[in-house]
Design a binder for this molecule. Structure first.
Ligand code: SF4
Length: 436
């Protein structure tokens, strides 16, 4: 979400006449986009802002700004932490940034623009020329109240963008060569549940889809030029029969979903206020695997949530095997001020959190290796992204299931095309193959 927001602000500034500097040192304007989801992320942003503001001693006209969740969360307090910061702008006010920069150029300092939780954001559709893959925000904010999460406070209440606005944006991207779109939302399958997104004069669903998100997937998959559609992040309550039908029957919808589970213990899930049980989560996984045997699930997990016992941690471990995750992002619990779980004692020691983190990472490596080995000999459709980061003599791309595939180059291969690759070798995170 932050990558997408940064890109939109960059595009707005370019439209206002600013140009990208070649390096950060050369830049006369630097905006730090911040994340509040963990304490460490906020500490890093504050450290970075301190270093940037220190350069104002030699370059007093340099403009330093802050955007994103931390600006929204801290408000005026951010100027006490970073007195030389020129402006801070909340999560739904990014469209104001070019005018804020002008105000700073005219001599104003310490400008704060916070957004209210239910305002409709301005200009979310600005894009830079990104190549063949783009993020598209479809849903802002979150109405769930998971006990540990600061996101609903900083990103506001759920607002779904009108479908026709999203489709127009994606059509324009496709005309500029974009082939893959990733639809973004905190709880993306909630699309259209809180405000109307389809209107009487919109075309009806050809496949008879009634749920707003399935209907949107159908419309996006029909945009000429779009070859791949992904979306993130999911919640098990969104894995409805209709969504499974949409994903398995519509062209171009990738058979991959990032479905954060957070814990495998019913007691911890309840304390986290996640709104599902272990059995409900696994049922959602099974629905997807049954309809699409090649389906790839990835997830997020929190270790060391307050009061999590060893036995409850083991339940998370076993769930991760049952759910056959292709990849997993493991986070050590970090209390966020003002959230319900911050009132609980953070009683799992840091050393124990680190141990649980390492155990899950090792499990995931073994599981990733085993799952990837099952793909040796298969032919994967790979969207070519460019040269491999590790070995520039090879090409790299992603399979439909979002796995990285590295293969030997041939002159015919071009970035942004989909090519068939036979898998010959597997590593936990990467598949290696040859062009068919
Ligand atoms: S679903 Fe829960 S964890 Fe995700 S953004 Fe909303 S409150 Fe946070």
């Amino acid at each position: 979400m932050n990558v997408r927001d940064s890109e939109a602000v960059s595009a707005l500034l370019e439209a206002a006449g600013y140009r990208h500097a070649a390096t950060e040192d050369e830049a006369d304007l630097v905006i730090v986009n911040s994340c509040s989801v963990r304490e460490k992320a906020e500490d890093k942003a504050l450290g970075k802002l301190g270093l940037l503001c220190a350069t104002k001693r030699e370059r007093p006209n340099r403009i330093i700004g802050l955007m994103g969740c931390m600006a929204q969360r801290l408000g005026e307090a951010v100027f006490r932490r970073v007195p030389k910061l020129d402006f801070a702008v909340g999560t739904r006010r990014n469209g104001a940034i070019p005018s804020l920069v002008k105000r700073v150029e005219n001599g104003e300092r310490n400008i704060l623009e916070q957004s209210s939780p239910d305002e409709i954001p301005d200009a979310p559709e600005a894009h830079e020329d990104l190549g063949f893959s783009a993020f598209v925000t479809i849903l802002l904010g979150c109405n769930r109240r998971c006990s540990y999460c600061i996101v609903p406070d900083v990103r506001g209440r759920e607002y779904s963008r009108p479908a026709r606005e999203i489709i127009a944006e994606i059509s324009a991207l496709a005309k500029h060569g974009v082939r893959e779109v990733t639809l973004l939302g905190q709880s993306v399958m909630n699309y259209g549940r809180m405000n109307p997104v389809w209107f009487d004069d919109d075309p009806p669903s050809a496949g008879g889809f009634k749920e707003p998100f399935s209907r949107l997937l159908e419309a996006v998959s029909a945009v000429p030029g779009i070859l791949r559609v992904r979306f993130t992040s999911g919640h098990p309550s969104g894995v409805t029969d209709e969504l499974v039908r949409a994903m398995s029957s519509l062209p171009h919808i990738c058979h991959h979903l990032h479905l954060p589970v957070q814990s495998g213990s019913d007691r911890i899930l309840k304390s986290m206020r996640r709104g599902y049980t272990r059995a409900m989560y696994l049922e959602a996984c099974n629905k997807l695997y049954t309809a699409m045997p090649d389906f790839v699930l990835t997830t997020d997990v929190i270790v060391g949530y307050p009061t999590e016992t060893e036995a409850e941690f083991e339940e998370t471990r076993s769930l991760m095997y049952e759910a056959k995750f292709g990849n997993a992002f493991i986070f050590k619990y970090s209390p966020r001020p003002g959230t319900p779980s911050a009132a609980m004692e953070d009683d799992v020691t840091d050393a124990e959190k680190c141990r649980r983190d390492e155990v899950l990472l090792e499990d995931q490596d073994r599981r990733g290796q085993a799952l990837n080995e099952q793909l040796v000999g298969s032919i994967q459709q790979v969207l070519v992204e460019g040269r491999s980061l590790r070995n520039a003599a090879r090409w790299s791309g992603r399979s439909d299931g979002n796995k990285i595939v590295v293969f030997e180059p041939t002159p015919a291969v071009r970035e942004g095309t989909i090519v068939p690759v036979r898998i010959v070798r597997a590593a936990p995170q990467t598949l290696y193959g040859e062009l068919v």
